[in-house]
Write a protein that binds this ligand. Sequence first.
Ligand SMILES: Cc1cc2nc3c(=O)[nH]c(=O)nc-3n(C[C@H](O)[C@H](O)[C@H](O)COP(=O)(O)O)c2cc1C
Length: 231
Amino acid sequence: MFYETARNDHGLPRDPYKSIVVPRPIGWITTLDPDGVINLAPYSQFNNLGYDPPYVMFSSGSHFADGGPKDSARNALLTGEFVCNMATWELRDRVNTTARMVEPHVDEAELAGLEMIPSRLVAPPRVKASPVHLECRYHATLTLPGNSLDNLTYVVVGEVVGVHISDEVITADGRIDIVKCRPLARMGYFDYTSVESVFELPPEGPHLDKFRRGLEGRARGRAQRSGNAGS
Ligand SMILES: Cc1cc2nc3c(=O)[nH]c(=O)nc-3n(C[C@H](O)[C@H](O)[C@H](O)COP(=O)(O)O)c2cc1C
């Protein structure tokens, strides 16, 4: 089959699109509103964008009330900071609760009964029960045109300035035990999956050392670079 997205003439009982780019990792985003109220919401249009330094993005559809960005995207823009918590299988019901379309002043972390702990470099707090947190400084918002003015897409990009990994998910040989974390991921419809197995596929071909560096995400880091500049 083939369909044109402008016509959406797929003829299926349900729109298939969101079931195509899958599985999508879920950025469980903490922000503070300008009054300091905690906001927590899942975003599956979320991914990593680079590693030296690392950047991440999450993409917000329009808020139903006014067509503007949803609270997480608005708060990140207004306060300049956000935190991505890893959403896991164990926390799936809490993740779902924090997606409720409640008023901006409602603290979704409290609604879901989640204990929050302070971050180190940014003000939005972290979900204690989540095994991995990325502390981010806002970089930019890319606004993508919509099919109508109240249906835009707001892509929020942030630089990751701090990373927390729970000791409990670091293996004896110093790797993150992803199967133990069991990250949650979004499929289409109301379907989800989680990471339950891992296999290795080593890189091959020319420029292997450079290629390995890229695949492993080996970063030089800012501190090391400025140290080198003087020598
Ligand atoms: C697992 C999951 C993933 C979601 N991903 C997105 C997304 O990528 N973009 C989006 O605009 N909404 C997404 N939503 C819906 C938002 O979480 C929901 O609209 C929420 O109320 C937004 O909260 P906020 O306004 O406090 O940011 C998702 C919901 C769930 C349950």
